[in-house]
Design a protein. Structure first.
Length: 572
């Protein structure tokens, strides 16, 4: 209760000044005035403590100033009502002096905080650790291109709730994606449905995990009783527990559960100190509170120094705010309203607070968001950001090498128009660089949130779409389609090439868009080789028995995309 008492007492500074003034001015009625001061203080203190207990305002200068103004005005009014002074008479100047002081204080303070907040936008922008990159690295051939959408995962877990003891007491809490050992999973606690269930149950039963990379995986329930949760009440509520320990920090987003290597769950929440006399965040000083849900112990860490098992010490809400500051206030507040030079608007296609958590090849979690122009009716992406979920570092891929690509809204609309009769919709669009081609990877879900397909959409060509049942098979089908597309002269990007040679055993030539694609097999080699005639014009004359030497980008599905080829007697 220390945080609540501290916040409440700090809200009474102006009242104590007013009360002291009344006591000094009312010498003839000092006893009556003292009694009135005590009555008003007790009444307002109880009311103030209840309000602080419910809303838990952080101890910041703007919050405390506004609270003092409200309590000061209420206290002054109460003192006039309970004392024998006559503030409205010509013989008394108390009302004019105190009221005038409060009016001046209010007129200066409230607009002052607003103006300071505007000027502080530049400071918040500058506090973001950021880097700008022209192009994303090509997707590693062994990387899993996309995780299961949270809507699909939640749907499957909801259907498994019957395994929870006393199921009628609980609902499913917030899903949080994280890496446990070598598996990327969604974790979701069971939470109380209402006050009476909390009053009867006291503790929740545990949490669910479900794979975030395998659409066929089933949820697992792990029994682990938790007393301190988001849905608990009074001093067992996680938000209130963190506030009581650190009332001088501002909380960002809802506390979420993360599981350590031993299977023990912890609640984590992002905290920050504001810049100067505002409530604007300092992105260089983000912290995370880690709460033991059994004992209620709270530990505070710098976000980057959180225990290793925590993947998301930066909340999705904070990442969304960071994108907002980065995109809109690059040249200040006025520019964000009028000139809008270099302004970028984050799209809202993300799965968590307008961002989508993904994992890179090193197992680190990032929040993905694509950026679009502030101009209306423009559906092309300017680029996208990845925010490190532990450090808050923002990398902006500006798309300079890939102008004119569609944004995430356009990618979702393509999927939505593909299955209108089934009402299947696109979800969780993520932009990847696949073999040098910006590509939207989208989950296709039915109206009940069940997974149906993956969609790979070439971001520069809305007609180039490949659908598939699994991430791996769809990726390979898409890569093969890229190689066979005559417009893709550089389909393999910077991927490593392998040298092969042999005798042609089978060959097939097909025509696409007035250009020819050659596919062939070599003797004692199961790989299907594909070459675009735009790269090797003489390849259309390839015949069975020809000796060839080639360089190809080898896929793990026994296919190879040929970059260079020499044919004995024809090209040599």
């Amino acid at each position: 209760m220390t945080g609540i008492l501290t916040t409440t007492i700090l809200s009474f500074i102006l009242y104590f000044v007013i009360a002291g003034y009344f006591v000094l001015k009312n010498k003839k009625y000092r006893g009556t005035t003292f009694k009135a001061v005590a009555i008003i203080f007790a009444t307002l203190f109880i009311i103030g403590a209840i309000i602080v207990y419910i809303f838990m305002p952080p101890i910041t200068i703007p919050n405390m100033t506004i609270a003092n103004i409200i309590i000061g005005v209420a206290g002054m009014t109460g003192l006039y009502m309970l004392t024998s002074s006559q503030p409205f008479s010509k013989s008394s100047q108390q009302f004019d002096v105190i009221t005038g002081a409060i009016i001046v204080f209010t007129v200066i303070a409230i607009p002052g905080f607003f103006v300071l907040g505007i000027f502080t936008l530049d400071d918040t922008y500058e506090s973001i650790a950021k880097e700008e990159v022209a192009e994303a690295k090509p997707l590693d051939k062994d990387a899993t291109p996309i995780v299961v959408s949270p809507e699909f995962a939640r749907n499957k877990v909801q259907k498994a709730m019957s395994v929870v003891p006393n199921t009628q007491y609980y609902d499913l809490g917030k899903l949080q994606v994280q890496k446990i050992k070598d598996d990327i999973v969604f974790v979701a606690p069971v939470e109380f449905t209402d006050f009476w269930r909390y009053f009867r149950g006291k503790e929740t039963e545990g949490y669910f995990t479900i794979s975030a990379t395998d659409v066929n995986a089933q949820p697992k329930f792990i029994k682990n009783n938790m007393k301190y949760t988001n849905s608990s009440y009074f001093h067992h509520n996680i938000d209130r527990t963190i506030y009581n320990a650190h009332p001088d920090y501002i909380r960002s987003g809802e506390a979420q559960i993360e599981v350590d290597e031993n299977g023990k769950p912890w609640y984590v929440q992002t905290l920050f100190k504001p810049i100067g006399l505002t409530n604007k965040p300092d992105m260089e000083k983000l912290h995370v509170a880690v709460v033991d849900p059994v004992t209620g112990d709270v530990k505070l860490y710098h976000a980057a120094d959180a225990p290793e098992f925590i993947d998301g010490s930066i909340s999705s809400e904070m990442a969304s705010n960071e994108n907002e500051y980065f995109g809109k206030y690059i040249h200040g507040w006025l520019n964000s309203l009028f000139g809008k030079k270099d302004v970028k608007i984050p799209n809202e296609s993300g799965t968590e607070s307008s961002v989508t958590p993904i994992f890179d090849e090193n197992g680190e979690m990032h929040y993905f968001t694509d950026m679009s122009s502030p101009k209306e009716n423009i559906d092309s992406a300017l680029g996208y950001t990845l925010i490190n979920a532990r450090t808050g570092e923002l990398t902006y891929y500006n798309g300079e090498k890939n102008n004119g690509i569609m944004d995430s809204k356009g990618a979702k609309e393509i999927v939505n128009k593909e299955f209108p009769e089934k009402k299947w919709t696109g979800s969780m669009p993520i932009l990847y660089n696949i073999d040098g081609n910006p590509t939207w990877v989208v989950n296709v879900l039915d109206p009940n949130g069940l997974f149906k397909h993956y969609a790979y959409i070439k971001a520069s060509d809305s007609d180039f779409v490949v659908f598939g049942d699994t991430a791996r098979s769809t990726l390979e089908a898409y890569r093969l389609a890229l190689a066979q597309d005559p417009s893709n002269v550089e389909s393999t990007g910077e991927a490593a090439l392998e040298k092969r040679n042999g005798i042609v055993e089978r060959v097939v030539v097909t025509t696409q868009d007035k250009k020819q694609i050659v596919q062939f097999l070599l003797k004692d080699d199961a790989t299907i080789y594909t070459v675009n005639s735009g790269k090797a014009p003489r390849s259309i004359f390839l015949q069975i028995g020809d000796k060839v030497q080639l360089e190809a980008n080898m896929r793990d599905n026994q296919t190879g995309i040929v970059e260079t080829i020499s044919i004995e007697g024809l090209t040599e």
